[in-house]
Design a protein around this ligand. Sequence first.
Ligand code: 5GP
Length: 117
Amino acid sequence: MADDTLFHRIIRREIPADIVYEDEHLVAFRDIAPQAPVHVLFVPKDTVPTLDALDPDQPELVGRLAIAAARYARAQGLADDGYRVVINCNRDGGQTVFQLHLHLLAGAPMGSFGAAQ
Ligand code: 5GP
């Protein structure tokens, strides 16, 4: 069911998670398998399986995720050094949980992702 992913269960507090931020629109919690010293997932409360499934009438949804991540990074003192945000979409994007989420990765240099080899 699209509205019963692992992340929906975390939002409903049926599965424990280290929740670091919540408002009426979204929840943010630490990734269980962090890929950086700081790895937080920002998840909308509205059900949206993938970025590809996002309704064109919902531009504010990703904006809220991005602004919440930026504010969190700033509040944690991470913004000046910098960070990476990532949204994986579908199989080749590496998406494993089919509720839209934005990864915030920080606390160490991320490397030159996307640079010419
Ligand atoms: P995706 O690969 O779909 O972009 O990201 C899913 C993320 O969810 C992965 O980084 C993975 O480590 C994380 N994850 C998987 N299961 C759990 C869990 O039970 N709790 C938390 N906090 N994160 C999880």
